[in-house]
Structures are given as C-alpha cells and as structure tokens.
Design a protein around this ligand. Structure first.
Ligand SMILES: [Zn+2]
Length: 114
C-alpha cells in the first residue's frame, strides 16, 4: 500500500507508551497461575460492538479503545474485553501503585451489589 488514505473510522488515540503500559499490566495476577496459562491474544483494539467490561462491568461502547485479552490454561479459556477507562487505569497503575485499578474494581463491586 503506497497510497496513504485517511480513514474516517476511529483509530486508537493513545500512543505507543500508553499501549505498552496497558498491555504489560497483568490482569490476572494472583487469580490464576498453575503454570499452564498462555496468552492467546493481548492487544489494543477499537470496539466493533458494545458490550461489558470484564474489569469494572461497565458498558463498552462501540468505537471505544479497548484491550482484548484471551488466555488459556488447563481449566479452559478465559479473558475478555476491558473498557477505555480501565485501560487508562492500567496505564496509570504502573506509576500509582495500583490505585487507579482499585478504583475501577470498587466500581465493579458497587455495580454487582445494586
Ligand atoms: Zn472497565
């Protein structure tokens, strides 16, 4: 492809550093770990459809920048999609000691209680 065309569709607005921080954040730290887990997919994407965030259980809107993660271990497949706000929190967690992610988790527990 030599011709550069401007795509009208939404592209991730976050830069490389942001992506690296988000993707390197270990979502499953402490939850799993029998040694058999493998990452099948771990990427930043644009949501093609709405849905629910696996972290904060909040809505994912179409066109949002999200993290898609798919894992497999001896128990089976797991993973899901994380909303833009949670991605931002993941990027922050590298420097704030996890406070931003705790705030997202608190949101999730509130949502399930109501
Ligand atoms: Zn979320």
């Amino acid at each position: 492809m030599s011709k550069k065309t401007k795509t009208p569709k939404a592209e991730p607005v976050r830069d490389e550093t942001w992506r690296d921080l988000v993707l390197s954040h270990d979502l499953f730290a402490g939850d799993f770990g029998d040694g058999s887990e493998r990452t099948l997919c771990n990427k930043i994407a644009i949501a093609k459809r709405g849905g629910k965030c696996r972290e904060c259980t909040g809505p994912i809107k179409k066109g949002e920048t999200i993290r898609v993660i798919k894992m497999v271990d001896s128990e089976g497949f797991y993973g899901g999609r994380c909303c833009q706000a949670c991605c931002d929190a993941m990027a922050l967690s590298a420097s704030d000691g996890g406070k931003a992610m705790d705030a997202r988790a608190a949101r999730a527990s509130q949502a399930t209680e109501s």
